[in-house]
Design a protein around this ligand. Structure first.
Ligand code: COA
Length: 159
């Protein structure tokens, strides 16, 4: 297994892996499935391309891409944006190797803070990130415009 750095103009080489990550999030999500079903690689990359600096590491084994990690910096904030290892290659330290490289790169970028966001339903990944010193800082709650919801201010009167 080897890890290579991929330029922004070759980023399409991780499209299939990113789509597997999106399918993973779709399967795990309870409340935001429509977000993942409507999400595309192109939308994600357009958002990432707005960051000041970006790095993509790809893990290769026998000429196959088996995992990747994207990290970026915007101002003083660094982020682990996306991390995925193909199912059959998990639990062999590939994710850890990618994280170490991404964190080494982020540390050289003079970030004040390094963040990672975990999607609702994918909380199992928390333990993985805790190993690298990340701790829960915020829980972001979100309401979607087409979501079925309780009318604002309605109280249930108990009889
Ligand atoms: C999270 C992920 C990148 C870790 O990669 P990996 O190569 O399996 O990680 P490592 O082999 O370096 O470390 C594995 C250890 O991390 C922890 N871990 C990793 N993924 C975990 C998960 N989904 N649930 C619970 N623990 C997990 C476990 O302690 C595991 O040890 P174990 O295999 O002995 O149980 C990989 O599981 C993955 O691609 N998961 C699906 C996509 C995903 O959730 N990505 C993160 C998005 S925020």
């Amino acid at each position: 297994m080897k890890i290579i750095e991929v330029n922004r103009d070759e980023i399409d080489s991780i499209k299939t892996l990113w789509e597997s990550l999106n399918a993973h999030h779709l399967a795990k999500s309870t409340h935001f499935k429509s977000h993942f079903s409507e999400f595309t690689f192109e939308k994600r990359m357009a958002a990432l391309n707005k960051r000041d600096r970006l790095i993509v590491y790809v893990a290769e084994y026998k000429n196959e891409n088996i995992g990747y990690c994207i990290a970026s910096v915007d101002g003083l904030i660094g982020e682990i944006d996306s991390l995925f290892i193909k199912t059959e290659y998990r639990s062999q330290g590939v994710g850890e190797e990618l994280m170490i490289l991404a964190l080494q790169w982020l540390e050289k970028q003079n970030c004040e803070t390094i963040r990672v966001s975990i999607a609702e339903g994918n909380e199992n990944a928390l333990n993985f990130y805790r190993r690298f010193g990340f701790m829960e800082r915020l829980v972001v709650m979100q309401r979607t415009h087409n979501q079925e919801m309780h009318p604002i201010g309605t109280k249930t009167v108990m009889g």
